[in-house]
Design a protein around this ligand. Structure first.
Ligand code: SF4
Ligand code: SF4
Length: 397
C-alpha cells in the first residue's frame, strides 16, 4: 500500500469546497484512477448521530457533494450515500440522521441515492486477526467502489477519529454494541478495525477527510468545533490518519490505532508519509485540544476487595452524568455493551435517570458519544490526572 497523501487548503464551507476537493484528488492522479464508468460507488460518510453540520460531528454535506460530483464526472453509474450509526440499522432511523446531516438535500440536488438496503451480511475473513466472521452492512458489500468520506475529530476512546475509525460504521447498528462488548480494550478493538479494513481492501479505494472544521476536546460528538482548513485524501487509511493526527497536533506514534496499522503492514514504523500539495506545518493547529486515547485495562484484582473501587476511581477516567440534568431518555442504557448503566429514579416516583457501575464499565464511551443532550462527560481520577499532566488539556477541568 502506498504512503502518498494529498493535502489541500479550504478556508471555510462558504469557500470553494469543490475546488479544494478536486485539487486534492487531482494531486493523486484524478478521480478516474479510483472510479470506473458505470461503477456503483458508496460514499461511506460519518453520520454518527442526528445533528446539524454546524456541530462538526459528521462529515459536512458539501464535502460529500463535492466527491459525489467528481464520481459523476468519472461516469459512476450509481452514487449511494451510506452509513450505520449507533442505533438500529433501519431506513426510518438512518433517514432521520441523513436528513439532519444534510445528505438528503445534496442527494436530491445531484441525483445521488440514499442507501435503502438495510440487510446485513456475514463477512468471512479467514485471515482476520481477532475476527474471522462478522456482520457487515450489505450495501457496502454490493458496492464496486467504497470511498470513506470522514470527519477529522478527537475521540474519547481512540484519541482521534478519521479514516481508520470511520470504518467501524461498516458494522450494522446495534451489532456495534456487541462488538464493543467483545473487543473491550483499545488494542483488541484496533485489531478489529483493521480486520474490517482488510475485508474491504479491494473496493475501499480512497479515504477523503473533511478537515475544514474539526472537533476538539471531548469528541466524537460532545467536543467543540475547531477550524483546521484542510481536505486530506489518500488510499492508505493509516497514512491519511498520520496527516490528520499531525494537523490536530498529535504525535501519531501515541495513537494506538495508527500503531496497530503499522504492525499490520499499512505503513513503516517511522510513519513515513509522502505529502503532496500543502505542507502539514502550514495547516497544523498547535493549540488543538487533544484527548489521550483510552488505554484502560480492566482492574487487576490483586488487592483487598474493599480497596479496589477506591483505587480504581483514583487511577482511571470514567463517564459521568449529572443525574439532576439527565433527561432519562435511556439511549446510553440501551447502548452500553456491558450493561453498566441502570435507570434508577433519584427519588421515589420520579423519572428514572442513568447511573453508572464503574466496576462493570469498560470505558468505551458509547454513552458519551450517543447521549443526545451531551450530558455524559469524561471525568478523571486524581492519580490519573497527575499521571497525565501536560498531555491532556481536558484533564485540567
Ligand atoms: S457505561 Fe458508557 S463507557 Fe462504560 S461501558 Fe457502558 S457505554 Fe461504555
Ligand atoms: S443518554 Fe443522556 S439523557 Fe439519556 S439517559 Fe443517558 S445520560 Fe440521561
Amino acid at each position: 500500500m502506498d504512503n502518498v497523501v494529498s493535502l489541500t487548503r479550504c478556508g471555510s464551507y462558504n469557500d470553494d469546497v469543490m475546488g479544494a476537493v478536486r485539487q486534492c484528488i487531482d494531486n493523486l492522479g484524478g478521480i478516474s484512477k479510483f472510479v470506473q464508468p458505470n461503477a456503483t460507488v458508496v460514499l461511506k460518510v460519518n453520520a454518527v448521530m442526528k445533528c446539524a453540520p454546524e456541530k462538526c460531528a459528521t462529515t459536512n454535506p458539501l464535502v460529500v457533494e463535492a466527491i459525489g460530483k467528481l464520481c459523476k464526472e468519472a461516469g459512476a453509474g450509481r452514487i449511494i450515500i451510506a452509513d450505520s450509526a449507533g442505533g438500529p440499522f433501519t431506513e426510518g432511523y438512518m433517514n432521520g440522521i441523513f436528513k439532519a446531516c444534510g445528505y438528503i438535500d445534496i442527494a436530491e440536488r445531484n441525483g445521488f441515492l440514499i442507501n435503502s438496503n438495510f440487510n446485513t451480511f456475514e463477512a468471512s475473513l479467514p485471515e482476520g486477526k481477532v475476527s474471522k466472521n462478522f456482520l457487515i452492512c450489505d450495501c457496502l458489500r454490493e458496492a464496486d467502489v467504497i470511498i470513506n468520506v470522514t470527519k477529522l475529530k478527537t475521540h474519547s476512546f481512540t484519541g482521534m477519529s478519521n479514516a481508520i475509525k470511520n470504518m467501524f460504521g461498516a458494522i450494522p447498528g446495534l451489532t456495534k454494541v456487541e462488538m464493543h462488548g467483545k473487543y473491550r480494550t483499545l488494542d483488541v478493538f484496533g485489531e478489529f478495525l483493521f480486520d474490517i479494513l482488510d475485508y474491504f481492501k479491494d473496493k475501499l479505494v480512497l479515504h477523503l477527510t473533511d478537515g475544514i472544521m474539526g472537533m476538539e476536546g471531548p469528541g466524537p460528538t460532545n467536543g467543540t468545533p475547531r477550524f483546521i482548513g484542510a481536505i486530506i485524501a489518500g488510499s492508505n487509511p493509516v497514512a491519511v490518519d498520520v496527516v490528520g493526527a499531525k494537523l490536530m497536533n498529535y504525535d501519531p506514534s501515541t495513537l494506538p490505532n495508527i500503531m496497530t496499522g503499522v504492525n499490520r503492514g499499512y505503513l513503516d514504523s517511522n510513519l513515513n508519509v509522502t505529502v503532496l500539495g500543502e505542507k502539514i506545518e502550514d495547516l497544523k493547529v498547535c493549540d488543538y485540544q487533544t484527548v489521550v486515547p483510552n488505554n484502560y485495562r480492566p482492574f487487576a484484582h490483586t488487592m483487598p476487595q474493599w480497596m479496589q473501587p477506591i483505587v480504581h476511581r483514583l487511577t482511571t477516567q470514567r463517564p459521568h452524568v449529572n443525574r439532576r440534568k439527565c433527561r432519562g431518555c435511556k439511549k446510553c442504557f440501551e447502548h452500553c455493551p456491558v450493561k453498566a448503566i441502570s435507570m434508577i429514579p433519584t427519588k421515589k416516583g420520579k423519572l428514572p435517570k442513568a447511573k453508572f457501575d464503574y466496576n462493570k464499565c469498560i470505558r468505551c464511551y458509547c454513552c458519551q458519544e450517543l447521549c443526545p443532550f451531551g450530558l455524559v462527560k469524561v471525568k478523571s481520577g486524581i492519580v490519573y490526572k497527575i499521571m497525565h499532566i501536560g498531555s491532556n488539556k481536558r484533564l485540567k477541568k
